[in-house]
Design a protein around this ligand. Structure first.
Ligand code: MN3
Length: 227
């Protein structure tokens, strides 16, 4: 089972899978060039820089700036992932085809019809507060697809990440027992972890794939037990 695909600090800007002017007249050559070469590249550079700083923080056992570093990781990491996917899901005008069978089935199951899906997707995109994204996502825990808005693009998460081990640090989880001593709750909570469940979740999660580039075999792969 291969888990580590990209070493810390070694993310690369994926090349655009088409020419800068390929999406005209919908998206101009100039827009695409600036968006990819400057904006997306800045996320990749920022992600690499943050990962290296996190390596240093671990080496020095210095978590003074952990809040800032986690924020940078989420901001730049999500920016890199979402832009990579954005390039792959666009195609020159007239060449994009129609929704495939699996997509159509899922859309009808989850939204009722293609037109209802389109309207919800476009409305959600229109109404994102400030800057952000509208995202059609498969939620493995529900077994169906959902439309999500993302303001900016991170909110301290990395899109596509699958949770493995979670600790609730809302006050309701510990306040009666530990009052405001969240660190003490966290230290004690550590002793409760069921590690073989974490292992099982990692094993299941590692079988999923979120490609950041187009590849020659672009056809959907069928997955056992997934229909
Ligand atoms: Mn952008």
């Amino acid at each position: 089972m291969q888990i580590i695909v990209t070493p810390q600090g070694k993310h690369k800007l994926p090349p655009l899978p088409y020419a800068y002017d390929a999406l005209e007249p919908i998206i101009s050559e100039r827009t695409l060039q600036i968006h990819h070469d400057i904006h997306h590249k800045a996320y990749v550079d920022g992600l690499n820089k943050t990962e290296i700083k996190l390596v240093e923080a671990r080496n020095n056992n210095d978590y003074e700036n952990i809040k800032c570093l986690e924020n940078e990781l989420a901001f730049n990491g999500s920016g890199h992932i979402l832009h990579s996917i954005y390039w792959t899901v666009m195609s020159p005008l007239g060449t994009g085809g129609q929704p495939g069978k699996i997509s159509t089935d899922q859309i009808i199951y989850s939204f009722g019809s293609l037109s209802a899906f389109k309207e919800q997707f476009l409305s959600a995109g229109e109404k994102v507060e400030g800057s952000g994204w509208v995202i059609l996502a498969y939620q493995p825990a529900f077994g169906h697809i959902v439309i999500l808005q993302s303001e900016k693009h991170q909110n301290l998460t990395l899109w596509g990440a699958i949770p493995l081990l979670v600790m609730d640090v809302w006050e309701h989880a510990y306040y009666l027992d530990y009052q405001n001593k969240r660190r003490e709750y966290a230290e004690k909570w550590w002793n409760l972890i069921r590690w073989n469940e974490v292992e099982r979740r990692l094993w299941l999660a590692a079988k999923e794939e979120i490609p950041l580039t187009l590849n020659e075999n672009n056809a959907p792969k069928s997955r056992e037990g997934r229909d």
